[in-house]
Design a protein around this ligand. Structure first.
Ligand SMILES: *[C@@H]1O[C@H](CO)[C@@H](O)[C@H](O)[C@H]1NC(C)=O
Ligand SMILES: *[C@@H]1O[C@H](CO)[C@@H](O)[C@H](O)[C@H]1NC(C)=O
Ligand SMILES: *[C@@H]1O[C@H](CO)[C@@H](O)[C@H](O)[C@H]1NC(C)=O
Ligand SMILES: *[C@@H]1O[C@H](CO)[C@@H](O)[C@H](O)[C@H]1NC(C)=O
Ligand SMILES: *[C@@H]1O[C@H](CO)[C@@H](O)[C@H](O)[C@H]1NC(C)=O
Ligand SMILES: *[C@@H]1O[C@H](CO)[C@@H](O)[C@H](O)[C@H]1NC(C)=O
Ligand SMILES: *[C@@H]1O[C@H](CO)[C@@H](O)[C@H](O)[C@H]1NC(C)=O
Ligand SMILES: *[C@@H]1O[C@H](CO)[C@@H](O)[C@H](O)[C@H]1NC(C)=O
Ligand SMILES: *[C@@H]1O[C@H](CO)[C@@H](O)[C@H](O)[C@H]1NC(C)=O
Ligand SMILES: *[C@@H]1O[C@H](CO)[C@@H](O)[C@H](O)[C@H]1NC(C)=O
Length: 618
């Protein structure tokens, strides 16, 4: 969606357009500026919409863009009318100069992303027709693929300039109000973070984030759920867990069992990961959270059956490694699929198909959760002879060792010196270093990139070793030696990799490179707090070291406090101050990958407490 040439425009107002005659006051209306864009969010009982405008003061991009995105149906456009009795959104703009319309896409948000991120890829299925036009308006029209609904866009130009979104699918209204009270303690709706979470959560789905991800991503929703659990009401938790059941129904052609919104087709490959994330959350909910004494029981029927199936599936997948501990029995991405864990860019795991988080954290955590849920009589024991607890023992003891990377002090020093010069940093103190690899290659050799996925073990694991905690302490040291900058924790640090290609592959311009993902900070912070709860008080020195690391992590997080609810950001290194400044990733990324202004799993911070007492939810 682009406006040419570089004329600046300003959004005067945006309101929900409910019918030809009445305009309701929206339940939610707020604005967030991020990454050179101004985002306007609206939601009421009929529709919700996000409008993204290139900020007038954005100097990085010569392209001026308007995006309308609607979570209902995950569709959107650049388009308008007040002549049609449709659900949608409408905005008035004032232009500071002549503007010529460039590319216009009407249809699925996925189609818009393919255009923006896929160097202009267009799908002809989203072609639209020029319905009518005059000297003051242009009406573009597109039929939904399934023909029930239509998308229309009308641009009107006279003294006032109108832009209205296409037909949106009304949100299910029944039960749609729980979102306002989903966050305990933030329920009056005036807290801006609570409003942002509200925009993303619906009675029938938890969407993943601002305009590019206004759809159900099981993975994001489940991680967000786990982080937010301390602040969510039981109803909201059960909705999110139930969401996943609907999603499975849909993938099994049983959409009659759940709601049928348009789910993003690209994420369905990822079921294994979601299955692994689900059980620890279920176990945490039933067995660890007080939640006002809710009965720990699952009704017989669809949901219990699904959980039993998932638990059994996960167990079966874990058995081979428990019998023979070789890398080839670990869980790898499917051949030909470059992605499969949360680092879903092609180079995200340094091209290693055997990811750390899945194997070292999530498989053992899922097995332990299964064991606990069976022990509590909530799940049925599997019919196979395998015992989830025994299989977990082996995974916990053996899988992580395969990811261990040791670099001799001298070599580490050489690589670090080389690294700081290659990526333009300053020399810093050097020590021997050990860490866990980002992934394993197909031949079992480690991708020697220090990374933040330790957080998954800390947050999901119940039997994390002291060695592991020591590696965590080591990783929570200043970047480029460790992961911490003054503006947050980077998710990858390739400084020590023997393969120097990775220094550039995973640099500050890469989506999963030396960049800060807020939810990863949340996992790390939440995970350390969780593990401190398990630590024996006898081990005073060690526990203090872990607390010190926790303090450093929070200092790093608070260095970019204003950004923690956005998705991802990069840095620029300031040679005068020797400090890192926040840099917009879209401006650096060769593919223009942009950060979301609001991203559900980043709100995990609402479930966390900064031990120094600084509230993150203000
Ligand atoms: C939405 O709320 C308005 C009042 O604000 C009401 O008039 C309207 O009927 C509601 N629409 C639906 C579909 O519930
Ligand atoms: C805008 O376009 C109109 C019609 O083409 C032209 O007369 C006018 O000079 C243009 N204004 C500017 C500021 O370029
Ligand atoms: C879609 O538009 C392209 C480019 O104008 C055209 O080549 C193609 O035939 C159109 N497809 C359909 C199905 O109308
Ligand atoms: C088309 O999609 C909408 C939105 O999901 C749905 O409500 C409608 O039933 C679908 N129509 C057909 C014919 O499948
Ligand atoms: C669901 O239906 C589609 C289309 O009929 C088919 O390709 C797919 O294999 C089915 N999936 C399952 C899990 O049965
Ligand atoms: C569920 O079904 C199983 C097997 O039929 C039975 O043993 C169990 O008691 C039932 N649980 C509940 C809560 O009804
Ligand atoms: C075990 O087998 C019985 C009978 O075949 C089946 O009903 C039950 O669902 C199975 N349990 C699990 C956890 O697979
Ligand atoms: C933790 O792991 C150890 C070593 O693998 C094992 O002996 C122990 O039973 C586990 N503890 C729990 C609580 O699962
Ligand atoms: C080094 O890394 C690059 C990029 O990940 C990869 O293409 C190449 O095969 C690696 N080289 C070796 C020797 O592993
Ligand atoms: C570096 O930081 C100093 C002090 O805050 C600031 O004046 C300067 O503009 C910064 N340099 C760059 C390149 O941003």
């Amino acid at each position: 969606m682009h406006m040419h040439p570089g004329n600046f425009f300003q959004c005067l107002f945006l309101f929900l357009y409910l019918s030809a005659v009445s305009v309701a006051v929206p339940d939610l209306a707020f604005q967030v500026s991020s990454g050179g864009n101004d985002n306007y969010f609206l939601r009421d009982n009929v529709t919700s919409a996000q409008l993204v405008l290139t900020s007038p003061d954005n100097t990085l991009s010569s392209v001026r863009r308007i995006v309308f995105a609607l979570p209902g149906g995950n569709t959107g456009a650049l388009a308008t009318t007040d002549d049609f009795q449709n659900v949608g959104a409408q905005a008035d703009f004032t232009f500071s100069g002549n503007a010529t319309l460039g590319v216009i896409i009407i249809g699925a948000v996925r189609a818009m992303r393919d255009y923006v991120e896929g160097s202009g890829t267009m799908h002809e299925i989203f072609n639209y027709t020029l319905e009518s036009y005059s000297s003051t308006f242009v009406h573009l029209h597109r039929q939904y693929i399934n023909t029930t609904f239509q998308n229309s866009g009308v641009f009107k130009g006279s003294d006032a300039h109108f832009l209205v979104t296409p037909r949106a699918i009304p949100e299910e209204t029944e039960g749609n109000s729980w979102h306002r009270t989903a966050l305990k303690g933030l329920a009056d709706g005036t807290n801006s973070a609570a409003q942002q979470v509200s925009f993303l959560t619906y009675a029938d789905k938890f969407t993943a984030g601002g305009w590019r991800f206004l759809t159900y991503f099981g993975r994001d929703s489940l991680i967000a759920l786990r982080l937010l659990m301390p602040t969510l009401t039981p109803e909201a938790i059960e909705t999110a867990l139930g969401d996943y059941a609907s999603f499975i129904n849909i993938n099994n052609n049983r959409s009659d069992l759940g709601n049928t919104p348009f789910y993003d087709y690209k994420v369905s490959y990822n079921r294994l990961l979601r299955n692994l994330l689900l059980l620890p959350s279920v176990s945490h909910y039933f067995l660890e959270l007080p939640k006002g004494g809710r009965q720990a029981s699952l009704q017989n029927g669809t949901y219990a059956d699904i959980l039993n199936r998932i638990a059994n599936y996960n167990l079966q997948r874990a058995i081979p490694f428990s019998q023979k501990q070789t890398f080839s029995n670990l869980l790898a991405f499917r051949p030909g699929e470059p992605v499969g864990n949360w680092r879903d860019s092609n180079e995200g795991t340094g091209y290693g198909p055997i990811p750390f988080d899945v194997n070292a954290a999530l498989v053992p955590a899922s097995l332990r959760a299964t064991q606990s849920l069976i022990g509590a009589g909530i799940l049925m024991a599997s019919n196979s002879s395998a015992d989830a607890g025994k299989v977990a023992d082996v995974w916990e003891a053996k899988a992580i060792g395969l990811f261990e990377v040791r670099v001799q002090r001298k070599v580490a020093e050489e690589r670090l010196v080389d690294f700081v010069s290659q990526v333009g940093l300053d020399k810093s103190l050097l020590e021997d270093v050990s860490f866990y690899a980002l992934s394993l290659r197909s031949d079992g050799s480690p991708v020697e990139v220090m990374n933040s996925d330790l957080g998954f073990n800390l947050m999901y694991g119940i039997n994390v070793s002291k060695t592991f905690l020591q590696y965590t302490i080591d990783a929570l040291t200043p970047y480029p030696q460790g992961l911490l900058t003054n503006i947050g924790m980077v998710v990858a640090n390739p400084a020590y990799d023997a393969n120097r290609t990775n220094v550039h592959l995973l640099d500050r311009t890469a989506y999963h490179g030396t960049v800060v993902w807020s939810f990863q900070q949340g996992l790390m912070a939440g995970g350390i707090a969780r593990q401190l709860g398990f630590c024996s008080p006898n081990n005073k020195v060690f526990v203090q070291n872990l607390r010190d690391a926790q303090g450093k992590l929070w200092a790093s997080i608070n260095g970019a406090k204003d950004h923690i609810f956005s998705e991802v950001w990069s840095y620029s290194f300031n040679r005068t101050t020797n400090q890192f400044d926040i840099a917009d990733l879209a401006g650096l990324s060769p593919t223009g990958t942009e950060s979301d202004a609001i991203q559900l799993w980043s709100y995990g911070f609402l479930g966390l407490l900064d031990p120094s007492g600084v509230a993150t939810s203000s």
